[in-house]
Design a protein around this ligand. Sequence first.
Ligand code: SOE
Length: 389
Amino acid sequence: MTLEVGVLGYRFMGKAHANALSRLSMFFPDAPDIERSVLVGRDEAALSDAADRLGFESIATDWETVVDDVDVFYNLGPNHVHAEPSIAALEAGTPVFCEKPLAPTLEDAERMADVADEAGVPNGTAFNYRFVPAIQHAKGLLEAGELGEIHHVRGRYLQDWLVDPEAPWSWRNDAKMAGSGALGDLGAHTVDLLRFLVGDDDLAGEMERVSGHLKTFVDERPVESETPAESRGNEDGEAVEHDEMRAVTVDDAYSAQVEFENGAMGTLEASRFATGHKNDHTIEIHGSKGSLRFSLERLNELEVLRADENRGYETVLVTDESDPYVDHWWPPGHVLGWEHTFVHENYEFLSAVAADDTFEPSFADGLAAQRVLAAIEASDERGEWVSIN
Ligand code: SOE
């Protein structure tokens, strides 16, 4: 059976997922057969051009006609269009894969996760960094107890694309469309990765309470009439006037302290103002028997320190065919990159759809991350620690 995939969104994330979909049969021969069936957006001309480039059979400007017509629905639009199309698809019994953060608000994320639960069809939140081979390797070490009891967990996601006050406004700067700024866009990844790595009950457990701080450094930005396909900009294709300034209503950066269920301490941070850092996501974990470090900028490596060996951090090269997913690509040592994480997550999600199985990270995982983000925001507003419930 061939799965007909409908995709809403055709810029940055549309391209990343279309690339993944086009690689599947080439590198993952056991993946289900899929057809890039229909690409959904608002601007017909841009959509048609994108459909040609990204290999889609057809286009549609109204998602309502698509969601129950396809076998799988991908929601890769800006955050404010995550809820309604995803809910409609799930209600029609169509499996949904949705970009992160699951929604701009906790309320929307709750509605989405509730409907996903009732629908009982495969659903996924696109936290692609779970599918980095080195991260899966780290999870294996943690699950095997090789780091012992977890005491410290640190997650930092640094970018700098807004440090220039003239950098253009986009939906990512707007609270109604994005929900939050660096917090939701980058912090969601960190929170999810930490839940994935140490969230099990015998490790740190879930995050229990947080103390957060949010900061907006530049409160208005110029808008541009055209947004290049590669930018992080106006993915809904909205036309705007030159020289117009628009308010920035989200955070440019956040930091948070976290207490985990089992007593571990965490610190989280993300910024779009970290000069010189383009896409620098770092995770550090310290346990009673050892420590580990991962950096997205060196994603084929994992640094592991074992207390009983007294050799400091040693670099594990996660490029052998025995490493997760690597056997599907090139001979040992031929490194993987950012785009491979999308291929891996698409492979896992579509395999779950074909088998009518559950997939993780699900909408429930998207909601769990959103609860942490909402608590960080509430803590910043109230100036006190906030429990996550
Ligand atoms: C933002 O700059 C962004 O593109 C995020 O939206 C992605 O989720 C992240 O993977 C890279 O940075």
